[in-house]
Design a protein around this ligand. Sequence first.
Ligand SMILES: [Zn+2]
Length: 613
Amino acid sequence: MSGLFQDDPPPPDAPAPAGPGLFGDAPPTAPTATPYRVLARKYRPSTFESLIGQEAMVRTLRNAFALKRVAHAFMLTGVRGVGKTTTARIIARCLNCIGPDGRGGPTADPCGVCPNCVAILADREPDVQEMDAASRTGVDDVREIIEYTRSRPMNIRTKVFIIDEVHMLTRNAFNALLKTLEEPPPHVSFIFATTELRKVPVTVLSRCQRFDLRRVSATELAAHFGRIAEQESIPIAAEALALIARAADGSVRDGLSLLDQAIAQAEPGAPIAAAMVADMLGLADREAVFDLFEAIMEGKPAAALAITDRAHERGADHGVMLQDLLDLVYTVTRLKAVPALRDSFELPEAERTRGAGFADRLPLAMLGRAWQMLLKGIAEVEQAPDRRAAAEMVLIRLCYVADLPPPGDLVRRLTEGGAATSAGPAPSGGSGGTRAVANGAPAIAAAPAAEAPPALKNFREVAALVAARREATLHAHLVHSVHLVRFAPPVIELRPEPDAPRDLAARLAAVLSEATGTRWTIALATAAGDPTLAEQGDAADAARRSAAAEHPLVRAILAAFPGARIEAVRDGTTDAYGLPPPAAAPPAADGPDLAPPDADYADGPPEDWESSN
Ligand SMILES: [Zn+2]
């Protein structure tokens, strides 16, 4: 930069920066600089055509120029590295291009060859000024600009002031600027850029034409970087490009800086491999994050802690590990909600394959719970005096939301191709012949162990407990949609109806474990099992009715009052499910836990019945 703000270029012998920062961080054409030109500078777009990912903004800008409704002040917003100052420089040429014939007016397509275009492109035009408000925030800096706006430009049509990170200006500086913005001289344009629009005073914003630059998608970035690598004759694996694109997080500049690093680290001529990039990005532990997640979801605290110990030895921070887990939970949840993402270039290979496997097997409720616990846990770790202890507590808690079947089962199910089924019935079970577990081995949904035997004596008490925990939906399914096959605390085997939710076993295990403080194992079985609680209740009710109807007094009443019918039979000894109390001895583990519905009524009607009409 020449002109006003030349007090902050780096010393001429400063080493070339590792990546391009904001403008002014290195002399663009310093002869002493390394011959390698950073990609972000070399491939900086000079036209709107070559600006990637900002089609909407470009369309708006084109319209403004076409309609000759170009403001005297622009506000460009967007995250870092999406092209705000690049856009500002293009606009500066749009305003000043005179075309190859020297007669053109302002245009959205600057010619690039006229003297004005050439001078601005080469940073040689003194009437196009850039200023970084991050380093020059004061009112004096702004006064300097304002003073400078009074004179007409020397060579070009419009003086352009590009102020980056404009939100950093002090209040006084904004106030000083405001006066000029209210009545801008006709030969002056301001282009402001900011990453934090909310910090810009509304009084200033209202004087500007605003353009939002969006984050560039990972797909667009990967394609862009691929084109550049090709032009540079750098062989690079598609997977490596995807990793860089993802790490760039929407920023073209950050991504190109990473590509620079990858090129610098690669052996000359050898293709840049995904593993090298992963290593460079600190993603080598990605697999460890997957392993950790798997250990947690399988309810294996010891394995989870061992994985984090190893990662910690390699320098990983416990808080970062939890953050990585949180990211993975998010990714898996997205994969579950949007299965098409599995084919998307936006996600790295591991996410698409291993992550998709998790998405298939884990119920949404489980992922949601893990997300909540991690969010809370990360905050705890940040506040805890002992980060490691806090993180381990979070991981152990997380193990209790475990929902995966044992690995053997998992592997078998995945290899059998029935991958989509988890601890629940097959999506369309037909008459009940098809089950999640083909060979009769139960699918286990388990929470980790404590070992005291539970106090629940039968499946009805289990259902009642679930109701008491206000799990209304789960309770309804326990009553209507499952058949008890075996009640052997802390193991319950159930055969779900096809309409039972797939995560029923997991949810039941979680509720019971939480309520009783002991580990419960809910297994899905293929045996027929008992009638559902609802069916049992109906049967018991029917039995009571027929017993009542047989009573001489009732028969007499029914005969005496034509149209009378038995409306309800109330039995004070039945429970909430309309069932009599279980036999005095606790039911045998394998046997039915209910007396036959009609057993109690052999010698007469229940104590309390009524009829009505
Ligand atoms: Zn031009």
